[in-house]
Design a protein around this ligand. Structure first.
Ligand code: ATP
Ligand code: MG
Length: 363
């Protein structure tokens, strides 16, 4: 049972608080992704778990055992770094064997473990090469191999794909997931790439400014973001936001802004009711807007198409709604041209609203 528990974990570097009172339970065999913008504290969190940083406050437990004062090499945790940190003068074999040698693992056992890892990772033919004689993707696999041979209870990955080109990233992502299925080791994976997080994570932990904003499955954080930051960070193109007001008309609630007035579903009236007459931030995802063919249908608003961006499977439309920019994502077979004047409406039930002061999700 390799569950990892962070309890009010805090790390300060002088005046800078890199991680602030983080509470998190990572379940046995789970693939957890830490996601957030640069500087939010992802690497620091991993380094604390690995024991490479002394924590300022709080506790780290693994399988119920407190790790705070346990030396890194005794933690049963292996970390794969962003820059791979391979030894340039050593062969692939020696790079993978090195940590085991330091631990005085018997030679035959080292040989067995390195060969097994090389087999899993398709490195068998490359064991005699040095890192400079490898491609980026191969180096990345050696770095993973070095972690695998240790047979750790927990794997930590710090943006291991960021040095790879786009195509190799996608391939390696799949390889890492297959590897996870095979080894079933508890894994914590850091990235600032939300697509990577969505496709890889059993659960995603979204961080901002040294704190956790939300923990949930990929679908949870996409469909039910806890606040405006998460809503804008997850999803591509990003969710549209616009200032709005909650108004009432004939007993029905509306979210009303410059150039749009959208009826609130009866089932959502209770959440928004207390905001009647107040400002809120309206949110709608580009994929939740539809081109309205039915004239001035309820909830629809007019937009002028500024820019048409086909991406193959879809078209991204940059729209102008009464002077404000909005992005819509529509099917590739739509014939739309720059300058077109169209009506759009949000899919019912996909409308979001956020508190303008706290950023908290209302709807
Ligand atoms: N050794 C250090 N000394 C002082 N400040 C540090 C140190 N390491 C990190 N920080 C600060 O702590 C904060 C969190 O850094 P961290 O490296 O954990 O961010 P990150 O989320 O991994 O970012 P990135 O996506 O850019 O890698 C940042 O403000 C950073 O400047
Ligand atoms: Mg980092």
């Amino acid at each position: 049972m390799a569950d990892v528990v962070l309890e009010s974990l805090t790390k300060k570097y002088g005046e800078v608080t890199a991680v602030k009172e983080v509470d998190l339970t990572i379940h046995d065999q789970e693939f957890t992704v830490l996601l957030g913008p640069s500087g939010c504290g992802k690497t620091t969190t991993l380094r604390c778990i690995a024991g490479l940083e002394e924590v300022t406050g709080g506790n780290i437990y693994m399988e119920g055992r407190r790790l705070n004062d346990v030396l890194p090499r005794d933690r049963d945790i292996a970390m794969v770094f962003q820059n791979y940190a391979l030894y340039p003068h050593m062969t692939v074999y020696k790079n993978m064997a090195f940590g085991l040698k330091l631990r005085r693992v018997p030679k035959e056992q080292i040989d067995e473990r390195v060969n097994r890892a090389a087999g899993i990772l398709g490195l068998g033919e490359l064991l005699h090469r040095r890192p400079r004689e490898l491609s980026g993707g191969q180096r990345q696999r050696v770095a993973v191999g070095r972690a695998i041979v240790r047979n750790p209870r927990v794997f930590l990955f710090d943006e291991p794909l960021s040095n790879l080109d786009a195509k190799l990233r996608v391939q390696t992502r799949v390889e890492l997931l297959k590897l996870h299925k095979q080894l079933n080791a508890t894994s914590i994976y850091v990235t600032h790439d939300q697509i990577e997080a969505m496709t890889m994570g059993d659960r995603i932990v979204i961080m901002l400014d040294a704190t956790i904003q939300q923990v949930g499955s990929p679908m949870d954080v996409y469909q039910k973001p806890a606040n405006q930051f998460v809503a804008g960070f997850i999803g591509s193109p990003a969710m549209n936001f616009a200032p709005a007001r909650v108004s009432a008309d004939n007993g029905k609630l509306f979210i009303e802004g410059k150039g749009f007035k959208i009826g609130v579903l009866q089932e959502n009236a209770s959440e928004l009711g207390s905001y009647r007459g107040q400002e809120v931030t309206f949110g709608i995802r580009p994929e939740d807007l539809r081109i309205e063919t039915n004239g001035g249908a309820d909830n629809s608003f007019e937009a002028v198409v500024d820019i048409v961006q086909p991406v193959g499977s879809d078209i991204f439309l940059d729209l102008n709604v009464s002077g404000d920019p909005i992005t819509a994502r529509v099917e590739a077979n739509r014939k739309v041209r720059g300058g077109d004047r169209l009506r759009f409406s949000p899919l019912p039930g996909r409308v979001h609203a956020f508190d303008t002061t706290s950023g908290k999700t209302i709807l």
